[in-house]
Write a protein that binds this ligand. Structure first.
Ligand code: ZN
Length: 264
């Protein structure tokens, strides 16, 4: 577990990148096949960690994350947590856990001088309708357009343009907390596989490979030090055991790729 409390006390940036719906097995296979060189440069030889998400679709998964419940190692009993909202019965608090009284992590960080922003991604980040604002409303700023949404074939490029422009204009006097939701790996992923008509493991891998090409400049734009988490919010089923999509308790949905580190 990284020492988030010390990092925040020192005013270090925090960035979370959620590769929406990305399955653990797809991420691991793409890493092993060399299809994600920009992510691989960050992940190192150990690659992705295998973790379990607390949510089976975008809204509950991100609500859990943003109250301090990030994906946990499988089988761990009350594993240490980097972030923890304070409440009776809170578990996993260790030296280095950032414990907050506010109802959300962005709110807690804003109260400590952070500029908070979310970028991208799927419909729950769109700002459209009451449910499209639940997550964005937790942040001081949010940036979404159809080009960054899941129906766009250039979603990661548009997202990277937005994030990089934001970083280029960033004043140096405040730390930032940014949540970047990559819609590209969310259905429909067959947009990224020529001649594909439906979403499969192969089309999600193709979507991830495309995303990696654009994520390189996002990673390069981050300031140092940044406490960086990259994970998916949940996985997806492509017909296994008769299940399709997410929002269902299935190993391919609750098992997610995860990486954390502090960029020096
Ligand atoms: Zn999602």
């Amino acid at each position: 577990m990284l020492d988030a409390a010390t990092h925040i006390a020192a005013g270090g940036d925090i960035v979370w990148i959620t590769l929406d719906s990305l399955r653990h097995d797809v991420a691991v296979a793409a890493h092993a096949a060399g299809q994600t060189p920009n992510l691989a440069a960050l992940l190192g030889p150990d690659g992705w960690q295998r973790r379990h998400s607390p949510g089976s679709f975008t809204l509950p998964a991100h609500q859990a994350f943003l109250t301090g419940f990030l994906p946990d190692p499988p089988g761990a009993f009350r594993p240490p947590r980097m972030f923890a909202g304070s409440f009776a019965g809170a578990v996993g608090v260790r030296p280095g856990t950032f414990v907050f009284e506010e109802p959300s992590l962005p709110g807690a960080l804003a109260a400590r001088g952070y500029r908070t922003a979310c970028f991208g991604g799927v419909g729950f980040f769109s700002g459209r309708g009451a449910f499209g604002r639940i997550i964005p409303d937790l942040f001081g700023e949010w940036y979404w357009s159809p080009a960054t949404g899941p129906q766009s074939s250039i979603s990661t490029a548009a997202l990277a343009d937005t994030v990089c422009a934001w970083y280029a204009d960033l004043a140096t006097d405040r730390p930032v907390f940014a949540l970047i939701n990559v819609a590209t790996t969310h259905t429909p992923t067959h947009l990224h596989l020529p001649d594909a008509r439906r979403d499969t493991v192969a089309s999600q891998a193709a979507a991830l490979a495309y995303s990696d090409q654009e994520l390189g400049r996002v990673l390069a734009a981050l300031r140092r030090p940044t406490l960086l988490v990259i994970c998916s919010d949940h996985g997806d089923c492509f017909g296994e055991d008769g299940y399709h999509g997410h929002g269902v308790a299935h190993p391919h949905v609750w098992t997610v790729p995860y990486w954390e580190g502090i960029l020096p």
